[in-house]
Design a protein around this ligand. Structure first.
Ligand SMILES: NC(=O)c1ccc[n+]([C@@H]2O[C@H](COP(=O)([O-])OP(=O)(O)OC[C@H]3O[C@@H](n4cnc5c(N)ncnc54)[C@H](O)[C@@H]3O)[C@@H](O)[C@H]2O)c1
Length: 511
């Protein structure tokens, strides 16, 4: 592999999980790396671990033995910070404390040449604040990798308030040459990925806090009902929080919320705060949203679905999703009434967007109303899971008839308590809403937002492309209705979304 043109020698400070990953990636890409850590044992273990990784890659045939040897030789440990003199880039991956990072950057400025770039791998601190202590803040940038570094192939290059264009451009070029994908972000809390990622967990926690559904139901809905070209989310939000650990995710939720001066869209959950206080962190404490035994998540079985002797006729309320609903119900073999109002026996189906079943039942016999989420296709063969909601007045016989009808082709069915926006609608609308605000604030380009989230969070699509697939006008309607039903400003749609929905433009369209 050729040597990276712009940087001849890279220093990495901090040899923990991130520092060693960054050192590995750079050495593997052909640049000599000097690794430093104040803890000599950590440093020695990092050097040994990276050498072992190269050896294993060679064994598996993913690297030639010569490459493995050369990459190992490119990585050396140094036992003083002074030994980083001569590096034209130093990447810092030490403890996440502003005072400690500022002190390190000031020291580094006295050691490296005047054109050297200084980069920080901070996740949650302000790059601008770290650079503020420096003589030449224009050469300080954020360089935010994800864990594990070699496998997570996206890197945020973060431009602080006084970062120069040259530092950003050089880091972008370096990243491209490592084979990772660079995305450029302005220095705002959470940059792109940790900012855009707020919608998923926070809205799922909000739905849980409202008692809309239990933990496994919310996870199942987001994995199996969400359907972008056949793909839902790989992990439900609670499975994900149990994996990451609530000790990590909850403070991030709180920090982003506070840094944006209590922006309602990021409001964390009192439920999560309580579970955090109780030490229910997830896998690492063997108890979180799920119990974990022998390293395995214990997922309660789904409730059994009722069977009914005979299905009542079905009447579908008019509305934007009525055609989709009539087609599905007919394909499932039910008798669909075509009168302008339901007969006295009819099961009355509604398909609200953003509203709850009770609001959708206005003017209808609420004791026979069942709502279904028709955001994604619901016809037989087109869905894995359907999601229903009853009003508090719905008679059990009509609830059971709807459950039996919608399970009759073998699809799974989830039943929620009456709540606005089912689960998928409200969670997806919040993901899109937050991403459009990131675009509106010019924190990153729409393309970089989608790229960063798709690779960094493993979503089935970038959030703006998700909004386009659902239809910007549909997302706007969901948010407007959530806002109207709840009065909660977290659901107020922003300008980027509203304008593009109104003009019939893609959410990726810049102006
Ligand atoms: N772990 C992640 O998932 C992740 C992801 C992205 C960014 N980050 C950020 O990367 C940085 C490092 O995180 P990590 O998970 O690798 O931490 P870590 O605890 O695994 O490693 C930190 C290392 O830095 C060393 N260190 C501490 N102070 C030092 C100093 N003043 N000079 C030199 N070495 C020092 C420690 O001895 C330790 O070996 C943090 O800023 C963190 O926020 C972490």
């Amino acid at each position: 592999m050729s040597t990276l043109a712009s940087f001849q020698t890279i220093g990495v400070v901090g040899s923990g999980a991130m520092g060693r990953g960054i050192a590995q990636l750079m050495a593997q890409s052909g640049v000599p790396v000097r690794l430093f850590d104040t803890n000599p044992a950590a440093l020695a273990s990092a050097i040994a671990a990276v050498a072992e990784t190269f050896a294993k890659l060679a064994e598996k045939g993913r690297m030639t033995p010569a490459d493995a040897q050369a990459s190992t030789a490119r990585l050396s440990s140094v036992d003083t910070l002074q030994a980083l003199a001569g590096c034209d880039l130093v990447i810092e991956a030490i403890v996440e404390r502003l005072d400690v990072k500022q002190k390190l950057f000031v020291e580094l400025e006295g050691i490296v040449g005047e054109n050297a770039v200084l980069a920080t791998n901070t996740s949650s601190l302000s790059v601008t604040a770290i650079a503020a202590a420096c003589q030449r803040p224009q050469r300080v940038a954020g360089y935010h990798f994800f864990n594990p570094v070699p496998l997570m192939k996206v890197v945020e290059v973060v431009s602080g308030a006084r970062t120069g264009r040259a530092a950003v451009d050089q880091l972008v070029t370096l990243t491209q040459r490592t084979g990772h994908t660079p995305v450029v972000a302005q220095d705002m809390p959470g940059f792109i990925v940790n900012h855009a990622g707020r919608g998923y967990n926070t809205e799922a926690l909000k739905a849980l806090g409202e008692g809309a559904a239990d933990v496994p139901t919310i996870d199942r809905v987001l994995r199996e009902q969400v359907n972008f070209d056949g793909q839902g989310f790989k992990l439900g939000p609670f499975e994900l929080m149990d994996l990451t650990g609530l000790d990590v995710s909850h403070p991030v939720m709180e920090s982003i919320y506070r840094q944006f001066y209590d922006e309602a869209r990021f409001r964390p959950s009192a439920l999560a705060a309580q579970r955090y206080a109780a030490g229910l962190f997830g896998r690492k404490t063997r108890e979180g949203f799920y119990v974990h035994a022998d390293g395995k998540q214990q997922t309660p079985a789904e409730p059994a679905l009722p069977t009914v002797a005979a299905l009542p006729p079905v009447w579908v309320a008019p509305g934007p999703r009525a055609d989709r609903l009539i087609e599905a119900v007919a394909a499932l073999g039910a008798t669909v009434e075509s009168n302008s109002s339901p007969s006295p026996q009819a099961l009355v189906l509604v398909a609200p967007l953003g509203g709850d079943a009770t609001s959708a039942a206005a003017g209808l016999p609420a004791d026979r109303v069942v709502a279904i989420d028709a955001l994604f296709p619901i016809a037989p063969g087109q869905c894995r899971r359907r999601v229903l909601m009853c009003t508090p007045a719905t008679q059990p016989a009509y609830r059971d008839a709807a459950l039996a009808l919608f399970a009759s082709d073998g699809a799974a069915v989830s039943l929620l308590r009456d709540s606005p926006g089912f689960i998928a609608q409200r969670v997806l609308a919040m993901i899109v809403s937050i991403a459009t605000e990131i675009a509106q604030q010019r924190i990153a380009s729409p393309q970089d937002i989608d790229m960063a989230v798709r690779i960094g969070l493993g979503y089935p699509k970038g959030p703006l492309a998700m909004g386009d697939a659902l239809g910007p006008a549909v997302v706007l309607e969901i948010l407007n209705n959530l806002h109207a039903v709840t009065g909660d400003p977290r659901y107020r749609p922003g300008g980027w979304l509203r304008r593009r929905a109104q003009l019939g433009l893609s959410l990726l369209q810049e102006d």
